[in-house]
Design a protein around this ligand. Structure first.
Ligand code: MV4
Length: 539
């Protein structure tokens, strides 16, 4: 069964996860081959890899999602294995099949297993067969509104309508009572048809105030399986995870063991190999229910790595080349607490609109217990074409309060100029008493954002009421009206500018531009010599 050791891996991905995989390759003495679209020519994963090959234009469908182009790059580079990362083609059984046909080692489960767990109904049945609890619901999609009404009455309200073709919460609808059911059923079907081209709907009993807790598993091709504990992923916004941590504040050793065993039972029943994640919903009584299997490395895998000391990418590579698991269940030790903050190029002050553009300056946090998985550097242009995740900041501490303190410290060090990021959102969460107490559910982030918005409006209204701003605005509307207000405004602007220069974290080399700026101002002015009056900090 022992295969040839892998020598050259094609990394079929981009961004921070491509960088993460290339780092593992470098440590293992395996050559890495990056692929890049036209807009990723200068990206960090291209710079870090031993080789890089272009695979097409910016649209993912013509580059990172194009199996033919990815496999052609693998062939040209002489790679003997392929790592799909997450997203893109990572859970596409067709890629795994085509790799096998081309003699490439696919770093992940088999195509057959991926097809099985990728089918929601089949995955659910697999869990049932393994004796693992699933959310009570209809085993098949319901045929019409009448069948939906009967099923919902049997289950008991509230119920959740879910698109058969959906995933990640898309096309989900909560129904509180029978009077809402018919219209909700019609709308869910319509949404599902336009989103997935498939209007089939399942009905489940709704779990109120659920938590999303997932178990990391590792399985070799010889039938050995272990779990590496859970990750708590409840903090989400519009079904996009925002912050993850481990251990979960609501999971104790006994529950962890039961959930771990359940996850391994599902894995065994599905014939799962390599790294994977089994997702559960936890209700208020801490009863758990299987929801799905993710047949890939996940974004939040570093949280588990910090807690266990296991390099999950190195394990994936070893397992893909047929090795046995390097550790037994009793060797897995969970130490301390880890938190991950996802850094998205999105503007929290503008309803999380994407914020592509050039990173003018960046300072990455470091120091004890802090890990940065990002693809940022000064001059990097975040493209608009892909997922806006540009990095993950992970902090480890001996316990949850220590990890929170460390994450606050690290977030304070993090500076990104040129694009908006979700760093301020994380600072709000990490400063919140309910988060510190572990009191949060799926509605927590929306509530926090609403209260911050309301507080912001209140402060702005109070300021406007105080007077000076409307007066200044009036002066601006009337040229030459109030000269003193005009002078005060310019003085304030100069004050802010000089203060910002002094606080600037720009390296000294770029401070030269301040001289250029001052020189230009002096040339316009004519009287003063260049640079005079500039504070030392600006030189
Ligand atoms: C649910 C649920 C309540 N009841 N299913 C959202 C994503 C998908 N993986 C499952 N999801 C949910 N399924 C039933 N029967 C509530 C959610 C849910 C959710 C779950 C975990 C974390 C955040 C969430 C946000 C919205 C909805």
């Amino acid at each position: 069964m022992a295969q040839q050791p892998i020598q050259r891996i094609l990394v079929a991905n981009r961004g921070e996860i491509a960088v993460r995989i290339i780092r593992a390759c470098r440590e293992l003495g395996i050559e890495s081959v990056a692929v890049f679209s036209e807009v990723d020519r200068e990206a960090l994963h291209v710079r870090f890899a031993d080789r890089a090959l272009p695979i097409g234009p910016a649209p993912a469908a013509e580059s990172y999602l194009d199996i033919d182009r990815v496999l052609e790059a693998a062939r040209r580079s002489g790679a003997d294995a392929l790592h799909p990362g997450y997203g893109f083609l990572s859970e596409n059984p067709e890629l795994a099949r085509r790799c096998a046909a081309a003699g490439l080692t696919f770093i992940g489960p088999t195509a057959e297993c991926m097809a099985l767990v990728g089918d929601k109904a089949a995955a659910r049945q697999t869990a049932v067969d393994a004796g693992v609890p699933v959310v009570p619901g209809t085993p098949d999609p319901v045929a019409d509104a009448g069948a939906a009404r009967r099923a919902a009455a049997d289950l008991g309200y509230p119920v959740m309508l879910k698109a058969a073709a959906g995933g990640g919460g898309k096309g989900m609808r909560l129904v509180g009572s029978e009077s809402e059911l018919a219209s909700a059923f019609a709308m869910a079907g319509g949404e599902a048809r336009s989103a997935f081209g498939d209007d089939r709907i399942y009905i489940e009993k709704a779990i109120v105030q659920p938590r999303h807790v997932e178990i990391q598993i590792l399985a070799d091709v010889h039938g050995n399986r272990i779990h590496l504990g859970e990750r708590e992923c409840t903090l989400q916004r519009r079904h996009q995870k925002v912050l993850e941590e481990a251990p979960s504040p609501v999971v104790d050793a006994a529950l962890r063991e039961r959930m771990g065993e359940a996850a391994l039972a599902v894995a065994a029943s599905a014939g799962y190999s390599n790294a994977g994640t089994v997702e559960f919903l936890l209700d208020a009584e801490r009863d758990f229910f299987f929801i799905e299997v993710n047949a890939r490395l996940q974004v939040e895998h570093p949280v588990t790595e910090m807690l266990t000391g296991v390099d999950l990418v190195a394990e994936q590579i070893a397992l893909a080349q047929g090795e046995r698991l390097s550790l037994r269940q009793q060797d897995v030790e969970l130490r301390g607490h880890a938190i991950e903050c996802r850094i998205y190029a999105e503007d929290p002050d503008n309803d999380f609109a994407p914020s592509p553009g050039v990173v003018e300056a960046v300072r990455i946090p470091a120091g004890p217990g802090v890990r940065d998985d990002s693809c940022l550097f000064e001059g990097y242009e975040v493209p608009i074409h892909y997922d806006p995740l540009v990095g993950k900041l992970i902090a480890w501490g001996v316990d949850r309060p220590a990890a929170i303190r460390r994450m606050r410290r690290a977030l304070g060090e993090y500076k990104v100029r040129g694009i908006a990021t979700t760093i301020p959102l994380h600072q709000r969460v990490l400063a919140d008493d309910d988060f510190a107490a572990g009191r949060f559910d799926t509605g927590y982030l929306d509530r926090l954002l609403r209260s911050a918005r309301d507080a912001g409006r209140g402060a702005a209204a109070a300021e406007a009421g105080a007077g000076p701003e409307p007066a200044a605005a009036g002066a601006a509307a009337e040229p030459g009206g109030d000269r003193h207000a005009e002078i005060a405004r310019i003085a304030a602007a100069v004050h802010v500018f000089l203060g910002a220069e002094q606080r600037s974290f720009r390296p000294p080399s770029t401070a030269a531009s301040a001289w250029k700026l001052a020189g230009r101002a002096a040339a316009l002015d004519g009287e003063r010599s260049a640079g005079r009056g500039l504070p030392d900090g600006a030189r």
